[in-house]
Ligand binder design. Structure first.
Ligand code: GLU
Length: 479
């Protein structure tokens, strides 16, 4: 039975449009441009057959291009039974705003294949992935200059390596073939730090939020991340890395974890790595000791905590449960975890929401670094690293000479030399580029939020900044 509130819930696609419209109503755009930006340019649906287990299985896949104001267009490919056109289009639209938000030079796109990846053996999944890729490649919907996919829910490095290889088989003379997809394994054209990137971005986003005492106060919190109680929904790639870094590096406590088969709760903090290993071995959180297990996982979304991190599916916070959410601060590590209805209720309650298009942009940011690396055919740091080290060596040698010659008895602290002498490798450069991106993007968004009375929240501010960027691109093209 559905309640009135459930019936009134807008679809994911509608939710994105409602949020978009709220921002656009505060802008002065030339007539018609608002609609041009909002609509999805094209969605391609493909149905293809693969002979598996003695019969032909038909699969349905999508690649949606939301905006080509910049090319290539960018966005992941999702493997899930829940994939449908409305979802892919909503996700493609979010990619447009996300790329604009963190200033990566792409339009927005997204793909999906309706499949349960766990139902197939790896060699079967490879056949299916390669066939889907073939269908998209031959229509230039996977192409280093036009459309560059990446991992999303249900896909990872392995699938991206298959897609890159398929592209290269079909385009044997394209020297930039590796740049046709990002999120590849490091030994197949990938970049250090891509797997952790979205979770790392969530950590950097929260660190930046806590650098702004006013914003922290608006959320009814104080101090730093140290000791903050966090509930994470979904311990997949994004949720796991965010929870791990925040607990191991920032002193936060993961007091709740929500998974498919229930939730874990412990006010003293949960060992994220131990839970992750347990899930890998046992397929779920049930049976994990060291926290209280409850079968109704979703109920934990409503528990007391300082920060809630929805890191799984869209639409998990809606009109029904939003009134009961107690977290004063929510960071959307997933795409679209809060419906437009839920968003309105939370805003009225004063909950501060760090929106998806910014919060989970770490993935596409590091994808951008990988794409640039592929096009430049050189690893980051290869030219500068040793030069940087020898310059640092000069300073250390000079300091040691002065200390020997001077009458003042001073020495360098024990590991200063090691730390200072080491030039930055690829991983350090990727993290530094990501940190810089997350800091500056937050600052641009909060500046709008703080300076305009008609901008009620960070989400509206994020849309405003992003739409303005997209509009400027169209203006420059003469549209
Ligand atoms: N699928 C990820 C996202 O939703 C990454 C996209 C990309 O790297 O292109 O942001």
């Amino acid at each position: 039975m559905t309640t009135d509130a459930q019936q009134a819930e807008p679809s994911f696609r509608d939710s994105v449009d409602i949020m978009f419209n709220r921002a656009v109503s505060l802008m002065e755009l030339p007539e018609g441009l608002e609609e041009k930006i909002r609509v999805c340019n094209a969605t391609y649906t493909v149905r293809f057959g693969v002979r598996l287990r003695g019969k032909i299985e038909t699969f349905t896949g999508y690649r949606s291009v939301h905006s080509e104001h910049m090319e290539p267009v960018k966005g992941g490919i999702r493997f899930s039974m829940g994939v449908h056109q409305d979802e892919v289009e909503a996700l493609a639209a979010l990619m447009t705003y996300k790329c604009a938000r963190v200033e990566v030079p792409y339009g927005g796109s997204k793909g999906g294949l309706r499949i349960d990846p766990n139902a197939w053996e790896p060699h079967e999944l490879e056949l299916i992935t390669r066939r889907f890729a073939y269908e998209l490649i031959k229509r230039d919907m996977i192409n280093p200059a036009q459309n560059v996919p990446a991992p999303d829910m249900g896909t990872g490095e392995r699938e991206m390596a298959w897609i890159a290889d398929q592209y290269k088989r079909m385009n044997t003379t394209d020297i930039n073939g590796n740049a046709c997809v990002t999120g590849k394994p490091p030994n197949a054209g990938g970049i250090a730090g891509r797997v952790e990137a979205t979770g790392r971005g969530v950590q950097y986003a929260l660190q930046e939020f806590f650098r702004h005492a006013d914003d922290v106060k608006t959320a009814g919190l104080s101090g730093s991340l140290d000791g903050k109680r966090i509930i994470v929904q979904g311990l997949g790639n994004v949720g796991y890395h965010a929870a791990k870094f925040l607990s191991e590096e920032d002193g936060a406590k993961i007091t709740g974890i929500i998974e498919r088969d229930g939730s874990l709760h412990n006010e003293d903090g949960i060992d994220v790595e131990a839970v992750r290993q347990w899930i890998i071995k046992n397929g779920g959180v049930t049976g994990f000791t060291g926290a209280t297990h409850a079968e109704n996982g979703a109920a934990l979304l409503e528990a007391e905590c300082d920060i809630l991190i929805p890191a799984a599916l869209e639409g998990v916070i809606d009109r029904n449960n939003a009134p009961n959410i107690k977290a004063p601060l929510i960071i959307e590590a997933a795409n679209g975890p809060i419906t437009a209805g839920g968003d309105e209720i939370l805003r009225d309650k004063g909950t501060v929401i760090i929106p998806d298009m910014y919060a989970n942009a770490g993935g596409v940011t590091v994808s951008y670094f990988e794409w640039v690396k592929n096009l430049s055919h050189i690893r980051f740091g290869r030219m500068q690293r040793r030069a940087e080290e020898s310059r640092h060596q000069l300073i250390v040698d000079e300091l040691e000479r002065i200390s020997k010659d001077s009458s003042i008895n001073w020495t360098l602290s024990p590991n200063f030399k090691d730390r200072y002498l080491r030039g930055a490798g690829e991983l350090e450069l990727v993290r530094s580029g990501l940190d810089d991106t997350m800091r500056t993007a937050y600052q641009a968004m909060r500046a709008v939020w703080r300076s305009r009375d008609d901008v009620p929240d960070l989400r509206t501010a994020a849309y405003l900044v992003s739409i303005e960027k997209v509009a400027a691109s169209y203006r420059a093209k003469g549209l």
